[in-house]
Design a protein. Structure first.
Length: 442
């Protein structure tokens, strides 16, 4: 169990993993394309390079993160020195999703290994080529008793969840997250749940509409909209809508051409089941741009929809695809009525030049994280915690925080013997007034 106690062993394992990812990068990019035609640029930008940077950062800082941290002692324990020790939880299960199948399997794995755990990774069966390359890389780098990949479908996930784990890390839908939480509760297993939500994108009358459109199109239609932090719907001041729709159309055409089905830069829906789910949301009379689809190629065009009701199918839950409904508001009360209809989202975006407005929105609504005048990019800073709140998730990770997620924080007080104050010991007669004064002074 060298991985548990030997920091150098953990570091060397991560160096081997880094080298393997670099060697296999072209195969990873091809696997992502084979699974759902993820463009090579997006594969590098959102998957392989992100994992490589995470590995480099963890390798560089691992020894510092793992050191016992000395904290200021309580005067009640005088004289003492107090520490927080980081120890591995033990056996960790990581269940990864299909939308960013390499990054969201490898990044939690990196931190779990760095913290000294044994790890089982369950990649998604919906991205089989990527799962296959993950299995190859892990088998090449790690001993099976240290890190193992177990492939399979829902039945395999259920079997894994029926086992006892010391920690479970799950990324996926809210519905499956609830099942994971229930299974973990049977053994009081701690969990991190990275889920999703109906992420609002608010645009007020002061916003730079042309730039907002460019950044929203990028954040929404990257990965064909199959991103948990993508803007889920637009909520725009009603007088701005017409101009903004024009800008959106222009930016979609600039990004993907007149026919996005021929663009090498636009991914596909992961399978026919998800294609059908999305196709059912498209009401032809509401389409103001796009709307084309092809079940044989799991293609759905970047689509803008005029939406006037929160009761429609597309507004019932997270879309997770290249469909962008546009709603309008007249005042902040109407914003509130729409946002509060849904559970706390994973992300919220505001486009405005009004500092007081953005401050008010950020303080008023609970959500996982977000941006002012951009979309999605908060994920890229590993010094910012990433995670949801309420139905959009439990716990947060990234960078050093990821190491802490997979580490039990063990508190230790080292008491000196040269002084032993008698106040705390029984009998307590005559000590009550004194201890009250001492505690007030503290």
């Amino acid at each position: 169990m060298e991985y548990k106690t030997n920091i150098n062993f953990r570091k060397e394992s991560l160096i081997k993993l880094l080298n393997a990812v670099i060697v296999y990068e072209n195969e990873i990019i091809q696997a992502l394309y084979d699974d759902f035609k993820k463009p090579a640029f997006e594969a590098v930008f959102t998957e392989t390079s992100y994992v490589i940077l995470e590995l480099k950062d963890t390798i560089k800082n691992l020894k510092n993160w793992a050191k016992p941290k000395r904290v200021f002692p309580s005067l009640l324990n005088f004289p003492s020195t107090d520490y927080i020790y980081k120890e591995p939880y033990g056996k960790v299960l990581i269940i990864a999703p299909w939308n960013y199948p390499f990054q969201l399997a490898l990044c939690p794995l990196i931190s779990a290994v760095a913290a000294g755990n044994q790890v089982v990774v369950k990649p998604s069966e919906l991205s089989p080529k990527t799962s296959e390359i993950i299995t190859q890389i892990i088998a090449k780098v790690f001993d099976k008793n240290h890190v193992e990949v177990i492939e399979g479908g829902v039945e395999v996930s259920q079997q894994l969840l029926s086992q006892r784990w010391d920690y479970i890390f799950f990324t996926g839908s809210v519905a499956v997250g609830i099942l994971v939480a229930k299974a973990a509760a049977e053994n009081l297993t701690p969990v991190t749940l990275e889920l999703g939500g109906k992420n609002p994108c608010i645009i007020d009358e002061t916003a730079n509409l042309k730039l907002a459109a460019k950044r929203i199109v990028w954040g929404k239609f990257m990965n064909a909209g199959q991103t948990c932090i993508a803007p889920d719907y637009i909520l725009i001041q009603k007088d701005m809508k017409s101009n903004f729709v024009t800008y959106l159309k222009d930016e979609i055409t600039k990004a993907y051409g007149q026919n996005p089905s021929e663009s090498p830069d636009f991914a596909r829906i992961v399978n026919t089941k998800n294609w059908q789910r999305l196709a059912n949301m498209i009401e032809p009379e509401k389409v103001i741009f796009g709307g084309e689809s092809d079940i044989e190629n799991c293609y759905i065009a970047p689509t803008l929809l005029e939406e006037n009701s929160t009761e429609s199918l597309i507004m019932a839950g997270e879309i997770f695809g290249p469909l962008l409904p546009i709603l309008t508001y007249g005042n902040e009360t109407e914003i509130d009525a729409i946002i509060c209809k849904y559970e706390k989202p994973l992300a919220l975006y505001i486009f405005t030049e009004d500092h007081s407005f953005s401050k008010k929105i950020i303080q008023k609504y609970p959500f996982g994280g977000g941006c002012i005048n951009d979309t999605v990019v908060h994920f890229s800073n590993n010094r910012l915690p990433f995670g949801g709140v309420g139905h959009s998730g439990i716990g947060a990770y990234h960078g050093r925080l990821s190491f802490d997620v997979f580490s039990h924080q063990k508190s230790i007080v080292k008491k000196a013997n040269w002084l032993d104050l008698p106040m705390r010991y029984a009998p307590y007669k005559g000590k009550l007034a004194t201890i009250k004064k001492v505690l007030k002074w503290l």
